[in-house]
Design a protein around this ligand. Structure first.
Ligand SMILES: C[S@@+](CC[C@H](N)C(=O)[O-])C[C@H]1O[C@@H](n2cnc3c(N)ncnc32)[C@H](O)[C@@H]1O
Length: 305
């Protein structure tokens, strides 16, 4: 396998964030893909930030091509030697790209148009653009993202419109990323594997997808009650709804609007709740309780059975 060497000049040119050089481990890909195998049959999968020589996304789909019943596998990657790689189960074809493999380039967008599902871990600094392009072209996707992406206006709009939702691996459910050799191993959790791979475990990542999974059809078991505990569920100053600090505290007997933390989305079943709004009250200012603003809240409401 090729060594992960980062061309900093190229990255600086693209104003890329150093955090973009996080490579996904095969174990995390395998763990997530099992929930979607039925979606892959006869499909063209496109990994558009992936060099087949180092990408575990490519490796996973290449190695399991037949078992998954794929139609074709595409990859393009960013760099001086950018290529379009395609595999049909028999032959692997590499065609040089005219440009540098930027997913935003016309030639990469043309390739995107031919595929069914985009599956990768894209550069986080370009995440809005990345998902925006897929949505514009009406393609399915399954991608790794920072949990904070939920708070982006464009991403939240897709979640609210039921065009995107969370995958299964969330937070610590994604074990860590391989970082380049010159990457400083700092922060909470880092390790070096036996094979020399340097791993950083940020625990603030998740999968975002448009592919259905079983998790989003499992309603939350609501065990708390509002009646008799009203003091734990204060009303907002600028919205007709109550504040709930933890997803597990959502009361079973409250049918009005409730503000819940963004991690609620990890448990969101669209048959149980509807999403009303994000973060803002009727005055379009941040939700407030007695003048104080809790951390981002999503306003939700129970759906009537
Ligand atoms: C988070 S890394 C993940 C790499 C690979 N997809 C994986 O999961 O192992 C994101 C990759 O996107 C590349 N990249 C940065 N800007 C890009 C762009 N505009 N178009 C395509 N790829 C880009 C980075 O060089 C980096 O290799």
């Amino acid at each position: 396998m090729k060594k992960r060497v980062v061309d900093h000049a190229l990255l600086d040119n693209a104003k890329a964030n150093k955090k973009d050089e996080f490579y996904t481990q095969l174990v995390d890909i395998e763990k997530e893909m099992v929930y979607y195998t039925k979606h892959f049959k006869d499909k063209i999968i496109y990994c558009n930030c992936d060099d087949p020589e180092v990408s575990n996304f490519w490796k996973y789909f290449y190695d399991n091509f037949e078992e998954l019943g794929l139609k074709e596998l595409f990859a393009t990657y960013y760099g001086d030697d950018a290529c379009f790689c395609r595999y049909n189960g028999k032959d692997m074809i590499r065609e040089p790209l005219v440009g540098n493999g930027d997913f935003r380039s016309e030639e990469c967008e043309e390739i995107l148009k031919q595929c069914d599902i985009v599956i990768t871990n894209p550069p986080f600094s370009l995440f809005r653009e990345f998902v925006g392009q897929i949505d514009k072209n009406g393609k399915d996707f399954l991608v790794i993202s920072n949990i904070n992406a939920i708070t982006y206006k464009e991403i939240f709009a897709l979640i609210q419109a039921n065009k995107a939702w969370l995958g299964v691996g969330f937070g610590r459910g994604i074990s860590g990323f391989i970082v380049p050799e010159d990457y400083d191993l700092y922060g909470t959790e880092t390790k070096v594997l036996e094979n020399g791979d340097r791993i950083v475990s940020p625990n603030n990542c998740m999968w975002l997808t448009s592919l259905d999974n079983d998790k989003r059809h499992q309603p939350i078991n609501l065990v708390k009650t509002y009646k008799g505990n009203e003091e734990h569920y204060p009303n907002y100053d600028n919205y007709d709804g109550i504040n709930v600090n933890k997803t597990q505290d959502i009361p079973a007997d409250y049918m009005g609007a409730m503000g819940v933390p963004i991690t609620f989305l990890n448990k969101f079943d669209p048959d149980q709740f509807e999403i009303i709004k994000f973060r803002k009250g009727d005055d379009e200012k941040d939700l407030r309780i007695n003048g104080k603003t809790p951390y981002f809240r999503i306003l939700i409401k129970r759906k009537l059975a």
